[in-house]
Design a protein around this ligand. Structure first.
Ligand SMILES: Cc1cc2nc3c(=O)[nH]c(=O)nc-3n(C[C@H](O)[C@H](O)[C@H](O)COP(=O)(O)OP(=O)(O)OC[C@H]3O[C@@H](n4cnc5c(N)ncnc54)[C@H](O)[C@@H]3O)c2cc1C
Length: 392
């Protein structure tokens, strides 16, 4: 069986559905036949996205909660961070999936298939790409947007691969225990025995908060250790004894300076598979939004999908430098983040983490951390990047 589409979106997760939503919002795509494929039904609340932005974007109608103030805690510095002009926002996975599926139901040019994809290849004869399902069905399109990681990420000997892994509990208390007007961005006052470790605390009501025990490490820990850490934090830091767990989530996000493919013939990579998780923070949601908006514009204008901005190259070098420092253990993550947040305005740090900061801000951030630790690491990464560019 052979079916032909204009576009196939492989993977109906954050990247696939963000791209679909942007296409559905633009009249240019109204006559395009679009197929979206995912192995899962996407009807569970499997993740919560947080991100910051200065202006409302496409998903403003489903923002679950937002904060204008973020707290930061560590043994080196603690403070309340005003983040204006940014707002820190939360979207629940289930709201995101339903919002986009409901919108798609109004678009007869969009088709969904629930199936496992075996492979995606270029098809030179048809000047397009083809996707093979587990049952052998072949589907073809002029472009396939792929967010599926078919094989584990390959890490070369001069690259770093950390995992941001976390367990989250949405807890509910009988009494009002939280101030839902501010969130804890990072609380490093937890054991650092495994490496960079902190807690997010995101209150969504005065008796409800999402707590996420988060680590940046090369190896994972035992499942029971996340529960122990969450229980300890709730009891000892928050001084809460009575609560119920309303929702649980677990996640692993790659934090790596591996160079991901952006485009291969008629296959365009998006999401984590396209390298959209920021290597120094694990945040991906806003990078996915930028990438999918750029793809829509490239499709309309017939321009390249691979163009990468100077700001992103700069961001890659800064991220690689941080990963090297963490890998070589020349400074601990809690101290690095504390020094930056102590000396630099939070909004500038958020712009930096978005790859949107000015060179002047970058210099101030570099100056906020010890030069004897970061300069050698930065020079090594600059050399590695120069070598990579020359070998390409
Ligand atoms: C629990 C969790 C919380 C996160 N929180 C944040 C956050 O707060 N802020 C932030 O910026 N980032 C966050 N991230 C990181 C990132 O934003 C998410 O991982 C995001 O979902 C990545 O989007 P994606 O489209 O690349 O991958 P996914 O959303 O995982 O989508 C990939 C899709 O491909 C499908 N699939 C996989 N293999 C196949 C196959 N062989 N055939 C068919 N379908 C297949 C999967 O079912 C899935 O639907 C979080 C990640 C997790 C896991």
């Amino acid at each position: 069986m052979l079916k032909q589409y204009d576009y196939i979106i492989a993977g109906a997760g954050c990247a696939g559905l963000s791209l679909l939503m942007r296409m559905m919002n633009d009249p240019f795509f109204v006559s395009k036949k679009i197929l979206v494929i995912d192995a899962a039904t996407k009807n569970t609340n499997d993740r919560t996205w947080c991100f910051w932005e200065t202006q409302p974007d496409l998903f403003e109608p489903i923002v679950h909660h937002q904060w204008k103030q973020l707290d930061f805690f560590s043994n080196y510095f603690s403070g309340s961070l005003g983040i204006d002009p940014y707002v820190y926002k939360m979207i629940q996975g289930i709201d995101f999936y339903q919002y986009i599926m409901n919108t798609a139901a109004q678009h007869p040019n969009v088709e969904f298939v629930q199936a496992r994809v075996r492979s995606i290849n270029n098809n030179s004869e048809k000047a397009g790409a083809e996707l093979v399902l587990e049952d052998g069905t072949i589907l073809t399109a002029s472009k396939i947007f792929n967010s599926i990681l078919f094989t584990p990420i390959k890490v070369a000997s001069n690259q770093f691969y950390f995992q941001q892994h976390f367990k989250g509990w949405l807890i509910k208390t009988e009494e009002a225990c939280f101030d839902s007007s501010k969130a804890t961005f990072m609380d490093f006052c937890v054991s650092q025995e495994h490496g960079t470790t902190f807690m997010y605390m995101l209150p969504v009501a005065n008796n409800k908060a999402l707590l996420e025990y988060t680590l940046f490490t090369e190896e994972l820990i035992n499942q029971s250790e996340y529960d122990i850490a969450l229980k300890k934090y709730i009891k000892e830091h928050l001084k809460i004894d009575d609560y119920t767990i309303e929702h649980e989530e677990f996640g692993i996000i790659p934090m790596t300076n591996v160079q991901f493919p952006r485009e291969n013939g008629n296959i365009v990579y998006i999401g984590i598979a396209g390298g959209q998780a920021k290597a120094s923070s694990g945040y991906a949601f806003k990078f996915i939004q930028k990438r999918t908006a750029a793809i829509v514009s490239a499709l309309k204008n017939g321009t390249s999908f691979s163009a990468t901005s100077f700001k992103n190259v700069k961001g890659h070098l800064y991220d690689s430098t941080l990963l090297r420092v963490l890998h070589e253990r020349s400074m601990n993550g809690d101290e690095i983040f504390a020094q930056i947040f102590k000396k630099i305005k939070a909004a500038d740090v958020l712009a930096f983490l978005d790859n949107e900061s000015s060179f002047f801000t970058d210099l101030r951030i570099m100056n906020s951390v010890p030069i004897k630790v970061f300069l050698p690491a930065a020079l090594k990464e600059l050399f590695a990047y120069w070598k990579y560019r020359n070998e390409k």
